[in-house]
Design a protein. Structure first.
Length: 192
């Protein structure tokens, strides 16, 4: 049986917590070697978002692997094959899901949603209620916010995750009610 090489894909990651998610993906899914990890630790960098920012600042290529693809993270949306929209629930219910700069980025991303090449990542912060009702309300709020800038996200999968990796490869024990795709499965789907 012949082995196949993973295909190369590119991904833009936008939203609140984008650096943390990028660092998480790069660290957990093969995009950082031990030499670079040791350098980051020597500099006192011990969080995913700081690691991702430091790697970006030094122009290191940020990449990770899904089961079928080698994924390079791009800073510019138009240069990417697919899009990952990171949403961290606002602390106050009256606060918007997206800042002005993220909304501007999302406006140029409408084609990804139309071609079903986007995933909405709902990040559950530590100590935040991750009940099904809260999740469903947040998904509705996110889709409404996208609709206001002219993006229909009804067919875009929302995936709940936590920053410890729950929901990335396997369903999170914090969201037993969720039966949809994990982040890795959703990404493999949008890259197909």
């Amino acid at each position: 049986m012949a082995t196949t090489c993973p295909s190369n894909k590119t991904l833009a990651i936008v939203g609140s917590g984008a650096n943390t998610v990028t660092g998480n993906l790069v660290y957990k899914f093969g995009g950082i070697d031990l030499r670079m990890l040791a350098k980051l630790q020597e500099k006192g960098i011990n969080s995913y978002d700081k690691a991702a920012q430091k790697l970006k600042d030094t122009n290191e290529e940020l990449y990770f692997y899904t089961p079928r693809h080698r994924v390079t993270v791009k800073d510019h949306i138009p240069c990417a094959d697919s899009l990952l929209v990171v949403v961290t629930p606002p602390i106050q219910a009256s606060e918007p899901c997206f800042t002005g700069s993220t909304l501007d980025e999302l406006k140029e991303s409408a084609p990804f949603f139309a071609r079903r090449k986007a995933v909405i990542l709902i990040v559950s912060p530590e100590g935040h209620d991750s009940s099904e009702g809260v999740y469903n309300n947040l998904v509705r709020t996110v889709r409404d916010a996208l609709q206001q800038v002219g993006i229909s996200a009804d067919s875009t999968p929302p995936v709940p995750v936590d920053l410890h990796g729950g929901g990335f490869i396997e369903p999170s024990p914090k969201t037993p009610w969720y039966t949809g795709a994990t982040l890795m499965a959703a990404m493999d789907e949008i890259f197909s």
